[in-house]
Write a protein that binds this ligand. Sequence first.
Ligand code: PEP
Ligand code: MN
Length: 350
Amino acid sequence: MVITMSLSASAREVSEVIARIRSMGYDVHLSDDKGCTVIGAIGNGRPLDSKQFASLPGVQDVTQSKHPYKIASRDYHPDDIIIPLSGTQVGGPNLTLIAGPCSVESREQTIEIAHAVKEAGATALRGGAFKPRSSPYSFQGMGEEGLKHLAAAREATGLPIVTEVMESQLVPLVCQYADVLQIGTRNMQNYALLHAVGESQYPVLLKRGMSSTIEEWLMSAEYILSHGNMRVMLCERGIRTFETYTRNTFDINAIPVLKHISPLPVIADPSHAVGKSEYVESVSLAAIAAGADGLILEVHADPEHAASDGRQSLRPEQFAALVEKLRQLAPVVGKRVAEPVRAQGSGVRG
Ligand code: PEP
Ligand code: MN
């Protein structure tokens, strides 16, 4: 249930509504809608009687929520959620460009690619140190050493780091180095992990499960949000279909659907969706035209020799050419390419 207080409601009237909701065993989520306090009642499934709230002093409107997710819905938080990230912002009018290799391979490679993507306009660096591979015989990532290389690249460029965390026990370690915790497609419904990243209060990039519905995805976001961590970005990375000419099928529909029902920023991952570098630019432009708040793209200086996902990786000059097109497209959809981070050094986390 969502209760919108009137603009003139006093602090005491707001507190009385909150106290009544809590006395019935519900939690309360507060947000603001153009100056009006919005009070979301989050409970255990027992219905609340809206009539007994409608007549309370200061109450303007009471609605029953239509969705099983609460905090992930615009009913509870009408305005776009904007996530501060090292001097830039994710969401709202900003286009966030996260770029870098699939896997961290060495310190030199990581620092070199960080400089290259930053120069082209990236606002964050991606790179996997812990890699979820379909085969146990494939490269599994450099682990903590890889995280150190990412931190060195942040030190050198000022770019914040987006990197995957695969298990809840590793959240404290990854938080020592990362600015954004990535939850991969295979872990979207790992509830212990969602709980741990929720508690961390770190920004989270939550990838869509490869066979998950939008509702299941938003319920996973709800696990993180319900720990008081509002810094969640949703990442569409393609879903499994019968099609075999691309690695996955990019669900362009998901972008306007999510933007309509949820205030969370939406980031598109065309690299994993199409799996072939020659299609990444077209799908990137389409995702931004459809309303995405940014992109996460695999970029590698030598894709033929990449430790993972070389087939879908752009070369730095291809990434730079795409950013130029995005600069032209952004104003058409009311966005701007975020200014790159200027500050150097590691004291720029936000
Ligand atoms: C990745 O980002 O390299 C990755 C493994 O992504 P996904 O979880 O979407 O497959
Ligand atoms: Mn990859």
